[in-house]
Write a new protein. Structure first.
Length: 481
């Protein structure tokens, strides 16, 4: 019977709680009531009868199988399985009590085995309890660590939130200060703008007053520069008793005769013709060394084409192309000591031998075309006129004072005085240049200094390759490009 129930007994022991098993030393403490002697099998022969339980021990009330299987609150939902386990545990306790009450060697062997199993069970349970304790301690430590970490995070979060709140408060305070400062600056700007507008209005009034005073002063100065007591004198016969009267219908021809000067002179001739075709026009030469043959020829043709007579007046010096213009004019006037100079064409040539030959050929043709009318007026041929140049001066630069020039028919009249009746306003015209054709040197001639420090006059480029310079330049003052 014991051998048959041992497997079930061992299985049940594994399911018992720690206080449900009894060691061999406590086997006699098992309740006698747990052993059902009426149903116990007959003792085998040769074995002693089992000792009855001690009478001093008060029997405990047997645990009914139904009581052991009663589920506690919160037990598993499978009540049937729990009840079966409780019944097996009760049977195991009864079997253990039976073994403990048996004194047979076999029962004692079983008791020792049971005690050993119980110790092993207790050891396993102790180990399990220790592992559970360690697990719970680890869980507790992890939970504590997690709680500490969470507390640290909460503290850090609270700190950050506090810092953010403080920073936000400071930023709000700064923003409020800046907004207040902006409003203050806007107010100041409005005040300054108002003051500025008032100042501008005040200054504008003062400037307007000063401008009015300045305009009045300038007008007064301009009136002082205008001859209001006289007016230009227009005479069909400008020479009277040795005095030449020049009106405001005058064109200045000073310096080198250039294409620009010729264009200005031709424009003025046309303008004065459109004003009045009877009163004479005066080309006044203070001093001119000559210039471009083409430009001079254009001036001569404009003089010939003019309905109003065009007279040339030389005050100081006229040479080369300027002398040709003087001699070929309808009428010409000069002082007694004015110098008129005629010579063979003298020009600037550059290039190779063929270029120089071509330029010389063109220069000869220009000389023949322009000098021949001068020689004819003198009653000479061109060759005779040229020989006379070198007969009077070895250089061929034949110059004469005004009285002798009149005898040679280079000029028509020698005058004692010249009256400029047309200069009644010495104000500078708008857009006029101080070196323009009406004053001094023409605009397209430039005074320069070379690398050796020598001053020279740079002539402009000629308009076409068939033009040439007919210019008197004894001092090598002029340079062509």
């Amino acid at each position: 019977t014991y051998r048959k129930i041992i497997p079930s007994l061992l299985f049940a022991l594994a399911l018992l709680p720690p206080d449900a098993t009894a060691t061999p030393d406590t086997a006699d403490k098992a309740p006698a009531a747990l052993v059902d002697t009426s149903e116990a099998p007959a003792k085998p022969a040769g074995k002693k009868a089992t000792k009855p339980a001690s009478k001093n021990k008060s029997p405990k009330k047997p645990v009914a199988p139904g009581d052991a299987a009663k589920p506690a609150p919160g037990a598993p939902a499978d009540a049937a399985a729990a009840k079966a386990a409780a019944e097996r545990a009760a049977q195991a306790k009864i079997a253990a009590a039976a073994i403990a009450s048996d004194d047979s060697p076999e029962a004692k062997a079983l008791q020792k085995q049971l005690a050993k199993l119980t110790l092993e069970k207790n050891l396993i349970e102790a180990r399990l309890a220790l592992a559970e304790a360690k697990r719970r301690e680890a869980e507790s430590g992890a939970r504590l660590k997690a709680q500490k970490e969470q507390a640290r995070k909460n503290e850090e979060k609270a700190r950050i939130e506090t810092e953010l709140a403080l920073a936000s408060a400071k930023a709000s305070e700064k923003l409020a200060d800046k907004l207040l400062r902006i409003r203050e600056l806007e107010t100041e700007a409005k005040i300054l703008k108002g003051e500025q507008e008032n100042s501008q209005a005040k200054y504008a009034a003062e400037i307007s007053k000063y401008n009015a005073e300045l305009a009045a002063f300038q007008k007064k100065q301009e009136l002082a520069r205008v001859a209001t007591q006289t007016a230009p004198i227009y005479r069909k016969e400008p020479l009277h008793n040795g005095t030449l009267h020049i009106s405001d219908r005058r064109i200045a021809l000073n310096g080198a005769v250039t294409a620009r000067m010729a264009a200005h002179a031709i424009e003025q001739i046309n303008f004065y013709n459109n004003q009045n075709a009877e009163h004479p026009i005066f080309i006044v030469i203070d001093s001119s060394p000559g210039g471009s043959v083409e430009a001079g020829f254009q001036i001569l043709k404009a003089m010939e084409s003019s309905k109003a007579p065009v007279y040339v007046v030389v005050k100081k010096f006229a040479a080369s192309m300027a002398a040709v213009i003087t001699t070929l004019a309808e009428r010409s006037y000069c002082y007694n000591n004015t110098i008129i100079l005629h010579h063979q064409m003298s020009t600037f040539n550059y290039g190779n031998m063929s270029d120089l030959e071509d330029q010389l050929r063109i220069a000869r043709q220009w000389y023949e075309r322009l000098a021949t009318p001068v020689a004819r007026k003198m009653g000479l041929s061109l060759d005779a006129f040229t020989k006379q140049m070198y007969a009077h001066f070895a250089s061929g630069d034949w110059e004469e004072f005004g009285d002798n020039a009149k005898k040679l028919k280079w000029v028509d009249n020698v005058v004692d005085r010249i009256v400029e009746t047309g200069i009644v306003d010495i104000r500078k015209p708008a857009g006029a240049s101080s070196s323009g054709p009406s004053r001094g040197m023409p605009d397209d001639c430039q005074v320069k200094v070379d690398e050796k420090g020598k001053t020279y006059i740079q002539l402009p480029l000629l308009d076409n390759p068939f033009d040439a310079w007919w210019i008197y330049d004894k001092r090598n003052l002029y340079r062509a490009q």
